[in-house]
Design a protein around this ligand. Structure first.
Ligand code: ADP
Ligand code: MG
Length: 671
């Protein structure tokens, strides 16, 4: 009987009834379960000398066994084999094999082997726990798959089972993407990808396999979301008959970038036309400073031009205020009023606003959460814009939608987390991408320095501020009265600045201040009255003060790369050369690596990906159920791929038969 994907795992050589039971419990019942569960990582075959440098990493060592193995009865570890071995430099290591006393007959002094394992060090002694042993030198450029342990199988045992199974079942592996799409997007077939995941012949072939799986998943998301929108888009709104944006373009102080125009065209196509149309549900994705606000403004303009109104929701009061300010300037040209509604709007002001938001005349209402609170009364709303989506839950967005029945939704985000993008695909959204920055932007010089350089930083700040520029200093904490935290608080920083730069007008801004106070501080900074703003990350999103040229971040290791990138995006918004100074004396390797990365990289997508890799997906992805130890989506992901997958889904849906659609029915809905 040839093996197939559905062959019970118990039929494989070397699997007895007991093992089969254990494997079943671990989720491995059939050969298919083995084949579709991929390595959690790959390691190279490089052989290292024993040294502290390798502690904590998997490595191969060429060792000679120096002492006869003895069997110990270790508490909780059962029978353990222990012996000493040493490398060519004479450095020794204690080797322990837990639960494997039988190895005693296989290991003897003078034996020279390649040991593979994670090197440990304690009190100056090196240890290897249950290392693998090979007689042949591992291949230097080999990509050796590492499997997580399942049902008591070691990585090597699992690889051995795959040896029995893999080739026989490959022809059976079903293809999930039509051939034409594979060809068009240069993807390898599924069976080939499965094979390469287990037996990568090169880094490149592994990357191709991952790319295929990432694409497959995005493709599936796209097909499902399109189907979902077909089913659920029963709601209808009247299309806007007037799609003429020429007055809007004429009123702008600058030329829009090609990417901005493209996004506007996409939105325009969603909103305008004749008769009844399904409501728009679009994500506008663009890096910090790419000019998303103007694209949103174009949408609001179209809506107003056709007699309807727009709600514009921002995550913070500062940002709402800033949007209200810049939109009022722009919309004054067209006599379209812009109102601001936040938590600090007084009752009287609210009533006054609501007198103008009945829907009789078009308006734009900018605000914070206050927009979706009880008692907000606004008629004639056709479009809801949500800025910096990642700061809001999806529910908020839905509530914005509920307000006026069927309305268009435009959501903006700079945080390109694949997961959130995927969520949008799930939730039937379309995506517009702004992948181009406005012209003339200078790249921001990013420096990474230790705390010992603070005197020089203050000297530099002084120089910049004296020449009329402004600066931010961001800290991870508000205050720390009992001095419990090793971190620098904004309050400490404030005192330090007052001491180091006594002549500089400085202000403190943090999230616990009353809104009115925050507004005052922000206004004084915008007007240039305050030169230096010491703050927490409340200024992270969106704040736009083009005269600010320096962003200093204390304890920079405490922030995620995407967040640091956002903070950095607060400077470099004007014509002048800008700087971002990451201050951190943290010695952790991964922290140092991440901060260095930020110095060289100015691409938000790349940074988000790097963050995912170095901080681990858990933080962003929650627990993801898939056969992948690592996450191919986050590794192989690119904006281009999102677009391609969307296009592929459209190609597929145009031609798919009922039967072909079947696997995609019942798409999961996130709420
Ligand atoms: P973000 O995408 O981060 O929300 P903003 O919409 O705040 O970016 O835009 C950042 C800055 O760039 C603003 O000062 C805005 O006026 C300016 N800006 C936007 N589009 C252009 C453009 N096409 N040319 C020049 N400046 C632009
Ligand atoms: Mg913005």
């Amino acid at each position: 009987m040839p093996l197939s994907l559905s062959t019970p795992i118990g039929q494989l050589k070397g699997i007895g009834a007991k093992r089969e039971e254990a494997l079943k419990k671990g989720g491995f019942a059939t050969c298919g379960d083995l084949v579709f569960s991929y390595p959690s990582s790959y390691r190279s075959g490089t052989v290292y000398p024993l040294s502290s440098e390798r502690v904590g990493f998997f490595s191969y060592f060429h060792l000679t066994v120096d002492t006869t193995p003895v069997i110990l009865n270790l508490k909780g570890r059962g029978k353990t084999l222990r012996y000493l071995a040493s490398d060519e430099n004479g450095t020794s290591v204690q080797v322990l094999h837990f639960h494997q006393p039988y190895l005693k007959n296989q290991i003897f002094t003078g034996q020279s082997l390649y040991f593979g394992g994670v090197l440990q060090e304690k009190n100056g002694v090196f240890y290897l726990f249950s290392p693998t042993r090979e007689t042949e030198k591992p291949k230097e450029d080999a990509l050796i798959p590492v499997y997580s342990s399942a049902g008591g199988l070691s990585s090597k045992q699992r690889a051995g089972l795959l040896d029995q199974v893999l080739l026989s079942v490959l022809p059976e592996i079903p293809e999930t993407i039509p051939n034409a799409i594979l060809k068009k997007f240069g993807l390898i077939p599924r069976a080939r990808a499965v094979y390469l995941m287990h037996r990568p012949v090169s880094e490149q072939s592994l990357a191709e396999a991952k790319r295929r799986f990432a694409f497959e998943e995005l493709f599936r998301f796209s097909v499902q979301s399109s189907l979902f929108s077909l089913e659920s888009a029963k709601k209808r709104v009247l299309a806007l008959p007037d799609s003429d944006l020429s007055n809007f373009y004429a009123a702008l102080p600058f030329q829009l970038t090609g990417a901005q125009k493209r996004a506007i065209d996409e939105i325009c196509a969603d909103l305008c036309g004749t008769g009844e149309i399904p409501p728009m549900d679009r994500l506008l994705q663009g890096d910090v400073g790419s000019g998303k606000t103007m694209v949103a403004a174009a949408a609001a303009f179209l809506v107003a031009k056709n007699g309807k109104s727009t709600l514009f929701m921002a995550p913070t009061e500062i940002l709402a205020k800033q949007h209200a300010h810049s939109l009022s300037k722009l919309f004054a040209h067209f006599d379209i009023p812009v109102f601001l509604l936040t938590g600090s709007t007084t009752k009287k002001e609210r009533e006054e606003i609501f007198r103008h938001t009945t829907g009789e005349h078009p308006y734009i209402l900018v605000g914070t959460h206050a927009l979706i609170e009880e008692g907000t009364s606004c008629g004639g709303v056709l479009l809801a814009i949500t800025d910096e989506q990642h700061r809001f839950g999806v529910r908020h967005r839905n509530r914005l939608g509920e307000k006026g029945g069927a309305i268009h939704s435009l959501v903006m985000s700079a945080t390109p987390i694949p997961r959130s993008l995927a969520m949008f695909l799930h939730a039937k959204s379309r995506i517009s991408v702004i992948d181009e920055l406005p012209p003339g932007r200078q790249s921001i010089d990013t420096l990474y320095v230790g705390e010992d350089k603070l005197p020089r930083i203050y000297a530099f700040l002084k120089e910049q501020l004296n020449s009329g520029k402004q600066a931010y200093m961001v800290c991870p904490l508000i205050e720390d009265e009992e001095n419990l935290s090793p971190l620098v608080s904004a309050a400490d920083q404030m005192r330090e600045v007052q001491k180091e730069l006594p002549e500089v007008p400085v202000a403190l801004l943090h999230g616990k201040m009353k809104p009115a106070e925050k507004n005052r501080v922000m206004e004084q900074f915008v007007s240039g009255e305050t030169k230096l703003l010491v703050s927490t990350t409340v200024i992270e999103v969106g704040v736009d003060v083009p005269n600010a040229t320096v962003m200093c971040i204390r304890c920079a290791e405490r922030f995620g790369l995407s967040q640091l990138h956002q903070l950095r995006g607060r400077v470099g918004r004007g014509k002048d050369k800008s700087y971002c100074v990451l201050i951190s004396s943290h010695s952790g390797k991964s922290a140092r690596q991440r901060l260095k990365k930020l110095c060289d990289c100015h691409d938000g997508f790349e940074l988000a990906q790097f963050d995912l890799k170095t901080r681990g997906p858990g933080e962003f992805f929650g627990t993801r159920q898939s056969g992948f130890g690592s996450d191919p989506i986050s590794e192989a992901f690119s904006m281009e791929m999102i677009r391609d997958a969307g296009e592929a889904a459209r190609m597929f849906l145009e031609r798919a038969s009922e039967e072909e659609l079947l696997p995609y029915a019942g798409a999961v809905r996130l709420n």
